[in-house]
Structures are given as C-alpha cells and as structure tokens.
Design a binder for this molecule. Sequence first.
Ligand SMILES: [Zn+2]
Length: 463
Amino acid sequence: MGNVTIAFLGATETVTGSRFLVTSEKSKILIDCGMFQGIKSDREKNWQPFPVEPATIDAVILSHAHLDHCGYLPVLARDGFKGPILATKYTHDLAAVILHDSARLQTEDAKYALKKKFSKHDPPKALYETTDVEKVLKLFENVEFRTRTQLTEDAYLTLFPSGHILGSSFILLEVASKKFLFTSDLGRNNHPLLSNPDAPPKDGIDVVVTESTYGDRIHDTPPEEFARELNAAFKRGGHVLIPAFAVDRTEVILMALRDLIDSKKIPAVPIYVDSPMALTALNFYREAINGESDEVRDGVHQKWHGVDPFDPGNLRQMLTSAESISLNDISGNSIIISASGMGTGGRVVHHLEHMLPDTKNTVILVGFQAAGTRGRSLEEGADKVKMHGSWIPVKAHVAKVNSFSVHADSDELLEWLKQTAAPSQCFVVHGEPDGQRALKERLANELHWNAIIPKSGQVFSIS
Ligand SMILES: [Zn+2]
C-alpha cells in the first residue's frame, strides 16, 4: 500500500492560498489551488514556482470558487498541469466568472502601475491573463454531489454541499485506503438561500483538515446593528459603502437590505451593485432558485417564485466603468456594494479613495479582513490607508457587522466536527494564528482530538 502523505502548500497560518497535496505511490492529488492575498510576503508566493512539478499532479479537486481557493489554477495549467479539475457545476460556473475577473484586474493593475510608475515589478506584469484562464477552464470536469468518483488507480472523491456559497463542497478523499475529510470553508445553518451543510461521515475518517477562519470568534453582532449603521449614515446625509466578496456575500446583503426596506426599517434609497462579477454571480443564484436546485433551501423557490429576491425595486446594476465612475457624483443617500470584500482590488478601491475622506460617509465591513489588507487596516482603526501609491485620510465612519458571515464560527465548527468520530490525525488550517490556536485548544479540550497546526511546506505521513 505504501506511504501516504499530505503536504501543506498554503493556507497555513493565513486564510488565503489554500493548497494541499495528498500523495501515494500511485497518486498525486491537489486539493484547492488558491491565490495568496493580504500580507506582502504571502502575496509574493504567487510569483514563486509551484513546489511540485505541475505536470506530475494527477488531479485537482476544487472545493469552491472563491479566489483564495481557485485563483492560482491558471498558473498551474500554464506551467504544465494537464487536468482534470474536479468540481461541482456551480463551482465551475462561478470559477469561470471569478478567474476572468481576476485576470482582467491583474492586467488593468499592471497597466495602471506602468502608467503611474509605482509597481515593484519592472516592467509591471500580470500574474496571468485571459488566455491563461480560457485554457484552464477547459480542464474542468463537473461532478455531482454525494457521488463517489474514481480519480486514479487508488484515489476516490466524494463532494458534499457545505452551505458556504453556491456550488461549495466539503471533500471526502480516499487515497490508498486512507480517508481524508477537508472542511474547506464551512457554511452555517442560517444562510437565507442555501441549504445547511451536510453532516460529515459518522466514522472511518483517518485525517481531518479543518478551516479555522473564525476559530477564536462567535458571530454576535445583533441583526439590528446593520439597520442602525445605515440609518445613522443617512441622517448625516452620507453614502454607505459595503465592500463585499462578489460571490455570495453580495447576495446575502441584498436580501437583508430587501428585508429592511420591506419592513420599513430603512428608507428605500438606491442600492448600487458595482461589480460586474457580482452581477454575473447573481444570475447563477437566480438560476439555482428558479431551477429548484437542491443546493437551495426548502421554501426559497416558492417564496421567490417570479420575484427577484435581490431587488426591492431600487437596485441599480452598474456594469460599465463609466457607470461606476458616475457614482462619484451621486447626491442624496445611497448604498454602494462593491468588490473586493477586503479592499484589495477591484472597483471598491476607487470608491474607498473617494468616500473615506468625507465624515458623512460610512464604510461597513461585512466579511473577514485578512492581515495585510486595506480592510484589515480600516477594521483596526487606521487613520489613513494607502491606495494607488498615495495615502488617503480615513474620515468616514467605519463599522463592522459580522452577522453576514458565510463561515461557521468557533461554536458552529465544533458542533459540525463532533458529528464525526475522532480521526487519527487532525490539521488546523485556513486561519490566522490566534484563530488556529483557539480552535486547536477547543478541539483538544472539548472533543479530545489531538490537532496539529502545520507550517507552510510541511509534509506529514499518514499513519
Ligand atoms: Zn470561501
């Protein structure tokens, strides 16, 4: 049977760059192939050669379409990976949207940096381009949920819905008779659209690899907080900017806004969604609802039959960059939702630049802000942030509302994990050091699991 190993090539002591490699005598399987974001020393890893020869990898399993899980795939393929990439239909659809957007942003940023001469690369270059994305999308093979698929002579895969975003999965991977459970990003039981995560297998798991994004936190913002922040900004005559992950967070926020407007808790101000990627993703969610996909929570289809759940009547969809720029001149109150969620790129950077210097405005942070991102600086109360090479003063009000998280918190992770019998090995990944340590301790104290926090590049033998 030989030795089976797991190598941690990313998402160690950080929430980005998810990449795990499981190897046996007969197989080399990569689980997720994410981009590093946030801290500079992490981002630089995107430019280093992949630690194993991409051509020797037999298959990639993609858990979901967020950039920190799929964003490096175009480089892997350009450097020799021949496929396949196994994923669900909606992960495939959404990854196409996200990767195209990523290539476009990187190309634009490189051009902008060349024009303004502030790049660290000389000449500025994009990590990958649209042609690379087109190539990698051809390597995708769709798999159904809860269906065991053979990958190689000794490797089998089963994906289960994880309730995090449309198409998202947790992964059961069997390699040379060893069973691995990867939580990837685990959702919660209160998503307004998506079904709850499936339960993990009851027993027989040898290795659990769990995320720990909120390993040290409980989502405790009261729901009224959101309305309070919105109304306070409107009273000051300001605009509200919500940086949001284009996929899923935008959907969840739009539904919450619709709820608040329908129940007259906030006025029906214009809501601008300024992210072409978010708008395309919205259409996949609409398709899933109308097509009665079983990823969608019971009752959602009936409730929203013939009605757009995302539009309370004042939704404005900003597709072109001219429309985006026109938002600089709007008057009256408004809400702008724009990507990226951590202020690392995309149109939201221009809106931050424009809105942060004005005391009337509010920026509401709704997702996890990784170390090293502008969102994190704002969350920590910075009085200025760097954008396009210059410092912008932070005069606007900055608020944090964590009830929109699509990640399980510490209690929810533990509740979910304890449904499976203690594995012989457990690894805590996809978290910052505090979150990882806190989850490791809770696993030890409450479940009596002996967990390890792997370091970047570490390889473990599976006993
Ligand atoms: Zn995710």
